[in-house]
Design a protein. Structure first.
Length: 95
C-alpha cells in the first residue's frame, strides 16, 4: 500500500514534468483558487492533469465541459492529460 499522500505527491511531480515538457508553468493550488483554473498553463493551452496508479480513469462529459469552460475563460485551448498507471494519454476535442 502507498504511503499517505503519495498519490498527491506523484500527481504534483508529474504536473511539473508535464509543464516543463510543454514550456508552461504549473498553476498555484492547481485550480483550487478562484481565477486560476486548470493545472498547467502554456501560451496556447490550459491543461488539466490527472494522475492515478489505478488501471482505469472515468472521464465524464461534465468534467470535459468544465475543462473547456475554464480554458475559454483564459483564452486557451483545453487539454486533458491523464497519467494512468504509467501510461500517458492526451484528450482533446477532435477538429
Amino acid at each position: 500500500m502507498a504511503p499517505e499522500g503519495a498519490p498527491q505527491r506523484l500527481g504534483r511531480r508529474l504536473e511539473r514534468v508535464e509543464a516543463k515538457r510543454r514550456g508552461g508553468r504549473v498553476q498555484p493550488a492547481s485550480g483550487a483558487l478562484e481565477g486560476r483554473p486548470g493545472d498547467i498553463l502554456t501560451y496556447e493551452t490550459l491543461i488539466e492533469h490527472k494522475a492515478t496508479t489505478a488501471r482505469s480513469y472515468r472521464l465524464t462529459v461534465g468534467l470535459w465541459r468544465k475543462i473547456e469552460s475554464d480554458a475559454a475563460l483564459v483564452g486557451r485551448e483545453p487539454l486533458l492529460v491523464i497519467n494512468l498507471d504509467g501510461l500517458r494519454l492526451e484528450v482533446r476535442r477532435a477538429p
